[in-house]
Design a protein around this ligand. Structure first.
Ligand code: PLP
Length: 214
């Protein structure tokens, strides 16, 4: 974490941004608790998983032992896993369709406190990725607010691999600004420096922290 944090701070300084403006979300998917515990012991508090079942197996004891841990969901969410998701996660970064907004609104109307929500946008319009199509992002956010009283705190996106991420990051930043939101979750191990230059408030880093996933 120290080396990644130093690189994040350097990228922030190069962009004339305060290092406190960029949070590192440690993406611990596929990694066992033994790999996560040292980061917690060193004081890191913000993590993410991409699968509900895996998060459910790993995180409840960790959260019970460290009440200030924060866990984000960065993978697809099925509405039938909604109860688990609401119990486990402090932020859902992957809200990307009306049925999910409907399910969240229903839970809220039954009294469940909702976590922070981000709209995931499929910036590269890739069929294998989740996310609202970029052309529909503004209308989706407006619909969620108007029809379901669900407001996003920001946007999340993953540019296509093997392409220059800069135009995608610029578009995500402009979209966040246009919608008047605060959180800009973009940048992973391979491109977080560029993401920070384009204004990322949260970089989601897995392999650079935990090693390659098998
Ligand atoms: C796995 C994952 C990451 C972390 O990827 P690395 O390249 O290992 O840093 C970030 N965001 C999402 C949505 C992911 O699924």
């Amino acid at each position: 974490m120290e080396s990644v944090r130093a690189q994040v701070d350097e990228a922030a300084a190069a962009a004339s941004r305060a290092s406190t403006d960029v949070a590192v979300v440690a993406v611990s998917k596929t990694k066992p608790v033994e790999a996560i515990q040292p980061l917690i012991d060193s004081g890191h508090r913000l993590f993410a998983e991409n699968r509900i079942q895996e998060a459910k197996a790993k995180w409840p004891p960790l959260k019970a032992a460290n009440s200030d841990l924060r866990l984000h969901l960065v993978g697809g969410l099925q509405t039938n896993k909604m109860n688990d998701a609401l119990t486990l996660f402090d932020r859902i970064e992957s809200v990307d369709r009306e049925s999910l907004v409907d399910a969240l609104a229903r839970k809220r109307d039954l009294g469940a406190p909702l976590p922070s929500l981000l709209m995931q946008i499929n910036v590269g319009e890739e069929p294998q990725k989740g996310g609202v199509p970029p052309t529909e992002a503004d209308a989706f956010a407006a619909w969620a607010a108007r029809e379901r009283n669900i407001c996003f705190e920001g946007v999340m996106g993953v540019p296509p691999v093997n392409e220059d991420p800069a135009p995608y990051f610029a578009w995500l930043r402009d979209t966040r600004d246009r919608l008047g939101l605060s959180v800009l979750s973009m940048g992973m191990s391979a491109d977080f420096g560029t993401a920070i230059a384009f204004g990322a408030t949260h970089v989601r880093i897995g392999s650079a922290l935990f090693g390659e996933r098998s």
